[in-house]
Design a protein around this ligand. Structure first.
Ligand SMILES: C[S@@+](CC[C@H](N)C(=O)[O-])C[C@H]1O[C@@H](n2cnc3c(N)ncnc32)[C@H](O)[C@@H]1O
Ligand code: SF4
Ligand code: SF4
Length: 418
């Protein structure tokens, strides 16, 4: 590195190398588990303001958002952090509804100017707002949420909200923006996700789900039983063979992957649970959390800066994850979900994800069952996996579905939104 090179120039160089044939220097190393990350994502909940009031929402607290000048400080801090560690940075702008931040477009522009990968987790917005974004630069992806088929969705997200998403997806398509639909898995929709996925084939680029975290107003909703969860997982794995837009984010899918002798997926953030490893969440007031889905504060970005938050003892404890996972063969791509454990009333740093079925994996995914899967289906799973490996190594990896973050061998896809 030239002595006078700015951190922005260095990040640009790292990003360019990642996009080209050179390999990226990997310097985010976990001292607890054998994993190394070449990418880092900041999920920034710019504002809690929202025109909706979903019944499962983890946080409706009123926090004052940062002003534009502080927001730029945050972006510069993120760029400096990534440059210092030699990793590719991305920022995921979320909310509430991120467009309701008074300086949303200016912050978006500032992130693009800093060459960060920018994704959006938001609500449907008017076409003119999307066109304004695209005039600056296309976001890497735009994620909206549904909670199931129309009637269940509207009972959680409010009347008309299903239709609003269905009408919004073609606009994303017309503007060439990669689209995601995220579903929060609950007891009430566990049987609707596969049908919803099939219904959305051709309308959305990717559909993904994550487990309900029983925190905030989400504590009032029922979570599926473990048996319901594993049955759903089996159905989803098989449904995906003919519906490749169905994506995985949940770390526990790596239990059957391991059972079936397939390469492990990246799980939630590309490296299993990436809380405080290659991923942190930022609240509107500047508080940094290891993960948005449960209270896990590690510092404040304006008072401490990102580096100090990342190096704090609290961050180290979340990075280490649950001691109950120690010694597990798939720990570096799993770790369960700390947020689910926390929401279930467990000590997330000492007890296991309550849905973990590692000890019963032979019952759920016995080798005999593998033999039961028709040969053609097995072939299709492997062919699909190979095709993805090629696609993954052919991209700059900083787009998309991080959670989905399917990792093959050493090829890493980016960190993901949660
Ligand atoms: C907080 S929202 C922000 C973006 C946008 N307003 C939306 O609803 O998609 C981000 C994601 O978190 C999910 N979410 C909200 N509360 C949750 C909870 N208690 N557990 C798990 N996911 C939750 C939402 O459904 C959504 O997919
Ligand atoms: S023990 Fe932990 S790392 Fe292993 S499968 Fe269960 S949750 Fe995942
Ligand atoms: S705690 Fe759960 S949602 Fe959060 S990063 Fe870890 S696996 Fe993902």
């Amino acid at each position: 590195m030239a002595p006078s090179e700015s951190s922005g120039a260095r990040l640009r160089r790292v990003n360019e190398r990642a996009g080209g044939s050179g390999s990226v220097r990997v310097v985010l190393r976990d001292t607890h588990h054998p994993r190394e990350a070449s990418r880092f994502a900041l999920q920034w909940h710019l504002t809690h303001a929202c025109e909706m009031h979903c019944r499962h929402c983890y946080d409706r607290s009123k926090l004052s958002p940062l002003g534009y000048a502080d927001a730029v400080r945050v972006l510069d801090d993120l760029v400096a952090f990534c440059a210092r560690h030699g990793v590719i940075g991305s920022v995921i702008l979320s909310g509430g509804n991120p467009f309701l931040h008074p300086s949303f477009f200016e912050i978006y522009r500032a992130a693009i100017e800093r060459r960060l990968g920018v994704g959006i987790l938001g609500n449907p917005v008017p076409r003119a707002d999307l066109e304004r974004l695209v005039a600056i630069a296309k976001p890497r992806y735009y994620q909206v949420s549904l909670e199931g088929l129309e009637s269940h969705n509207d009972s959680i997200r409010g009347p008309g909200s299903y239709r609003a998403v269905i009408d919004f997806l073609p606009v994303l398509k017309e503007l060439g923006i990669e689209s995601y639909v995220m579903v929060t898995l609950t007891r009430g929709n566990v049987e609707e996700i596969v049908p919803l996925g099939r219904l959305l084939a051709g309308r959305v680029d990717h559909l993904c789900w994550n487990r309900l975290s029983q925190v905030g107003e989400g504590a009032a909703l029922g979570a599926p039983s473990r048996d319901q969860f594993v049955t759903f997982l089996r159905d989803y794995i098989l449904a995906r063979v003919t519906a490749p837009h169905l994506m995985f984010k949940d770390n526990l899918v790596n239990i059957p992957r391991h059972q079936l002798g397939l390469p492990l997926y990246g799980g939630c953030t590309g490296y299993g649970c990436g809380a405080a490893f290659n991923f942190v969440a930022l609240l509107p007031n500047g508080d940094v959390h290891a993960c948005r889905k449960f209270p896990s504060k590690i510092g404040n970005v304006l008072e401490d800066g990102l580096e100090a938050a990342y190096q704090s003892d609290a961050a180290s404890a979340y990075r280490r994850g649950s001691t109950a996972c120690d010694g597990c063969a798939i720990r570096s791509r799993c770790g369960g979900c700390l947020a689910t454990a926390h929401g279930s009333g467990l000590d997330a740093l000492r007890e296991r994800d309550p849905y973990c079925f590692w000890d019963e994996r032979d019952e759920w995914f016995p080798e005999a069952r593998v033999a039961e899967i028709p040969k053609d289906t097995r072939r299709a799973i492997l062919a699909e996996h190979r095709a993805r490996s090629v696609a993954v190594s052919g991209t700059d990896g900083s787009t998309s579905c991080v959670g989905i973050a399917e990792e093959t061998g050493s090829a890493v896809v980016s960190p993901e939104k949660v």
